[in-house]
Write a protein that binds this ligand. Structure first.
Ligand SMILES: [Zn+2]
Length: 493
């Protein structure tokens, strides 16, 4: 078990955890949001972030502080916590972002790590190489090699109680991301940012973002705290948490406010287009949209930033509650409806259902079937696997109706879309207690047919009969020929 991170609850790939930050003397509950503080311009001061918004941790850039004579002197003299006036944990970035933007920086990993330790950072970052998406494989591999050398330097450095992050790179190559995750896991480092995903998010490539995170997670251990570096829009938090991300940093709240943009969990709105405020935070209850627009510049920016932060923290709390209640995937399904690219992200998440299934609890509160994507949830996959282990009698009727046709079978099992067949004894156990719409869709029928097929394939000697109600030919094709069929609507076999 990793000493600094303890998992308490899980749902799909999402988890509630405790990140112990020894140097700050605090424990941060994850999923957590780290507001980004630019030491040169703070739209909302760190003290206010803690007191009004409940921020337990923030992130600032040690490279900016290092490069500014005044800030550097103050940070070395007062320490980061006093300089920023923040009582929680402080993570520092290293200049990797500046490296990716400007091509070079003037510090080494050894220097910036020592500096981060001197100014009192609680979680430091080495200078990794953020490789953008879609570069050549040669470049991604060469960059990754450099990043791994830097992580090894960081691992060997004397960093005391300070936690050190180990960024996972590898561009859009899943095998490189997985390899990078495995290498990072093998170091003695503590927190694992999945790096260089900002370009994916700027282009709304949420499906590719999910594939990148899923690959990194395969290399990392289950108990590794994962930071989705640069991801600050609340719209995609639920999706990213469901894939196993624990930490997010938001510069978005301030950057968007600067451009008069208003964040919601369903996307971003231009302040000029808003007629009604869909939010009950302190800002949105105090002002009408016209009053907000009429505010002078610094005040309008600050009020918008405050709203953006309120929405962002509220979404983190909503996600934690969903994990506790066991309905995180229902929340992801709702968020996926906000934009077609978010739906792509959710569909990509379900491509990794087998990976999610490993951390998904065996029993939860409820399973609501709310879209045809629900048919691909990890619970359905797990039920199909469980079918392989169930004892099956010589002749068995599988029926979609509670009342079964009398045919002298050894036993009768229900068939419930999307899960498929199950013996009566399991009917009260999760997920077969699912709430499913009366008007079943084809995806649910197809998944149920796959369950029947799984049962038939693992019990080739059993005589199986499937009693369905008007299942389309395309669905029935998924069931092996050896299974007899009865259509209860027409009594045809
Ligand atoms: Zn608001």
């Amino acid at each position: 078990m990793r000493e600094c991170f303890e998992l308490r609850d899980t749902d799909a790939g999402g988890r509630i955890g405790d990140l112990t930050v020894p140097r700050a003397g605090v424990t941060v509950e994850t999923p957590a949001l780290l507001p980004v503080i630019n030491p040169n311009l703070d739209t909302i001061g760190p003290r206010r972030l803690a007191d009004e918004f409940g921020a337990e941790i923030l992130i600032t850039n040690s490279y900016i502080i290092h490069g500014d004579d005044d800030l550097r002197e103050r940070a070395l003299e007062e320490g980061l916590h006093d300089m920023l006036d923040f009582p929680g944990a402080i993570m520092t970035d290293s200049g990797s972002f500046q490296l990716s933007e400007y091509g070079s920086i003037d510090v080494t990993t050894e220097e910036i790590l020592a500096f981060q330790r001197e100014i009192g950072s609680d979680i430091a970052t080495p200078v990794d190489i953020p490789t953008p998406p879609d570069v050549s494989r040669e470049r991604a591999e060469a960059d990754l090699e450099t990043t791994q050398e830097r992580l090894d330097i960081a691992d060997a450095a004397d960093t005391g109680e300070m936690l050190v992050s180990a960024p996972v790179q590898g561009s859009t190559y899943p095998d490189l991301r997985e390899r990078a995750g495995r290498h990072a896991e093998g170091t003695g480092l503590d927190v694992f940012p999945v790096g260089a995903v900002v370009p994916l998010m700027n282009d709304y490539r949420y499906d590719d973002m999910i594939d990148v995170v899923a690959a990194a997670k395969r290399g990392l251990g289950a108990d590794a705290p994962v930071h989705l570096f640069g991801a600050g829009h609340p719209m995609m938090f639920a999706l990213a948490v469901a894939m196993g991300c624990d930490l997010f940093d938001s510069a978005a709240y301030a950057l968007y406010a600067r451009d008069d943009r208003y964040l919601t969990v369903r996307g971003t709105r231009a302040l000029e287009d808003i007629e009604y405020l869909p939010c009950s935070c302190t800002v949105c209850t105090e002002y009408s949209p016209d009053e907000l627009r009429a505010l002078a510049d610094p005040e309008r920016e600050s009020e918008l930033a405050a709203h953006n932060l309120h929405v962002t923290f509220a979404e983190i709390r909503r996600i934690k509650q969903a994990i506790r209640a066991g309905n995180l995937l229902e929340l992801v399904e709702q968020r996926a409806r906000a934009h077609p690219t978010m739906l792509d992200g959710y569909r990509a998440l379900l491509d990794h259902a087998a990976q999610l299934e490993r951390s998904d609890p065996v029993s939860k509160g409820s399973f609501f079937y709310t879209s045809h994507e629900s048919a691909r949830r990890p619970e359905v996959l797990r039920h199909h696997r469980r079918l392989e282990r169930l004892a099956v009698p010589d002749s068995l009727l599988l029926t979609v109706d509670r009342s079964a046709p009398d045919g002298g079978y050894d036993d009768v099992w229900r068939v419930q879309p999307p899960f498929g067949p199950f013996p009566r004894a399991l009917s009260k156990s999760y997920p077969l207690t699912a709430e499913v719409p009366e008007r079943t869709d084809r995806a649910a029928l197809a998944a149920a047919a796959d369950g029947v097929a799984r049962l038939a394939e693992t019990n080739p000697d059993a005589e199986l009969t499937l009693a369905h109600r008007g299942w389309p030919a395309g669905v029935l094709e998924r069931v092996p020929d050896g299974v007899s069929r009865i259509d209860l609507d027409t009594d045809e076999t």
